[in-house]
Design a protein around this ligand. Structure first.
Ligand code: GDP
Ligand code: IMO
Ligand code: MG
Length: 431
């Protein structure tokens, strides 16, 4: 058994999709377990770019069971657009399935997210405005609608009766926005019931149990990143799900005893999109240089990503809360032209010099802290064609070795470009 979870081990956009696609070749089952269309997952194969939001990034291979599991929230329009585009590009979606237990992002979730963000001024979270927080709030508050609710008219009627009167009051009186009639929502649900129908996997329990019994290789694809986790991230500047490794168990319906490896996908530097603390952020031309070379603009929203040096304090925290067994370091090539590289190994309190080696989870403290850096030499060589560790210049190898030492877990995959081929795999969990 080598079931493997791919998680983002920073603030999202680490290159999870690239790593998922790479490993999916050797997997039988690929499960997207949390998040919704806030995710923007890019896969590049022979210069062809695919952008996934809800569909697992393993779908480009034929005959793999690709499952969008119960922990996800599904926005119907995005699902329709994404699957239509993939089909138009010739991708076979016959093995793509969604869980009847997944929660639906409804139009008013998007309305509420947009209004909340636009009216929060300097207190905004910087969400993707894709209705994620409101959908998960309703799920936890038991006001959500599940995919399976769409297929029983009586149940759907009673769910809408339970949900809409209160929701409409809130929409009108709190948010000052439009309400939704029961008939309108009923028709909306009927429309998407038809669209979802070929994908809904009512026999998912049998499918996953037999996959485990037959020792099939299961790959779990996380969305967002550990530092955006609702419980362990930089709250309130987080998403509303659990991107940590443990989220794979709750989100997929496959318990933790069936998980063997958790790969933390980590950029060779750090980025963040949206508001919230970021200890190693570079607000100068070095940050601008990383953004330009790295193409650091959001896949879902197009927003510029904030950029900074590698933060080993943050990574060590991710090893603990994410249950990471190894790292995949991505975008190493983006650092090719730098004379020197900094790596943060501790935070220092500016008031009294106190050193923090462990990530301080009270983010209210962060304004008093500054990063403590060590400096490493750059390699000043184009590494985008490197195929093995030996092809990397000595300083690049030293940089990676130092990251391993500081973080305390091995690096098993190194990515040197966006394309599937531009990867050095030191150890593949499925081989
Ligand atoms: P995800 O959300 O974690 O799947 O990551 P995104 O797709 O949002 O962002 C990662 C971006 O970096 C995408 O544009 C990828 O094509 C690109 N990318 C991934 N790995 C590498 C790499 O090693 N080098 C470079 N230059 N680009 C990469
Ligand atoms: P992938 O899967 C990067 C960020 C948003 C915002 C916060 C809350 O592509 O790595 P939300 O819309 O989830 O309520 O926004 O989380 N965020 C992401 N940042 N990558 C993502 O997904 C993200 N999904 C959400 O920018 O700061
Ligand atoms: Mg992304």
């Amino acid at each position: 058994m080598n079931n493997t979870v791919v998680v983002g081990a920073q603030w999202g956009d680490e290159g999870k999709a690239k790593i998922t696609d790479l490993l999916a070749e050797y997997a039988d089952v690929i499960i997207r377990y949390q998040g919704g269309c806030n995710a923007g997952h890019t896969v590049v194969v022979n210069n062809e770019k695919y952008k996934f939001h809800l569909v697992p990034s393993g779908v480009l291979y034929k005959n793999k069971f690709c499952f969008v599991a119960a922990g996800t929230v599904i926005h119907p329009e995005t699902f329709l657009e994404e699957t239509t585009e993939l089909k138009n590009r010739g991708v076979d979606l016959s093995s793509l399935k969604i869980s009847p237990l997944a929660t639906i992002t409804l139009p008013y979730h998007i309305d509420i997210d947009g209004i909340s963000e636009n009216s929060s001024g300097k207190n905004k979270i910087g969400t993707t405005k894709k209705g994620i927080g409101p959908t998960y709030s309703d799920k936890i508050g038991r006001y959500g609608l599940k995919i399976q609710d769409l297929y029983d008219e009586e149940l759907l009627n009673s769910r809408l009766d339970a949900i809409l009167p209160l929701k409409n009051k809130i929409l009108e009186k709190v948010y000052g926005t439009k309400t939704y009639s029961k008939e309108e929502m009923f028709q909306y649900c009927k429309k998407y019931a038809e669209i979802f129908k070929p994908y809904v996997c009512d026999e998912w329990v049998n499918k996953l149990s037999s996959s485990l019994k037959e020792d099939k290789k299961i790959l779990f694809e996380g969305a967002q990143g550990i530092m955006l986790d609702i419980d362990y991230g930089t709250y309130p500047f987080v998403t509303s799900s659990n991107p940590i490794g443990g989220g794979a168990a709750t989100g997929s319906g496959i318990g933790p005893t069936h998980i063997d490896n958790v790969i933390g996908v980590t950029k060779a530097y750090v980025t963040r999109v949206g508001e919230g603390p970021f200890m190693t952020e570079l607000l100068d031309e070095t940050g601008e240089k990383i953004r330009t070379i790295g193409g650091e603009f959001g896949t879902t929203t197009g927003r510029p990503r904030r950029c900074g040096w590698f933060d080993a304090v943050l990574s060590r925290y991710c090893v603990l809360v994410g249950g990471l067994t190894e790292m995949a370091i991505t975008k190493l090539d983006v650092l090719d032209t730098f004379d020197e590289l900094k790596v943060c190994n501790a935070y220092r309190d500016k008031r009294n010099g106190k050193i923090y080696n462990d990530y301080p989870t009270n983010i209210n403290l962060h304004k008093y802290l500054e990063p403590v850096y060590e400096t490493l030499k750059g390699w000043k060589t184009d590494i985008s064609n490197a195929k093995s560790l030996n092809d990397l210049p000595e300083n690049a190898r030293k940089y990676l070795n130092r990251l391993e030492e500081l973080v305390g877990i091995p690096i098993k995959i190194i990515s040197v470009g966006a394309d599937r081929e531009q990867t050095i795999v030191l150890e593949n969990p499925f081989k």
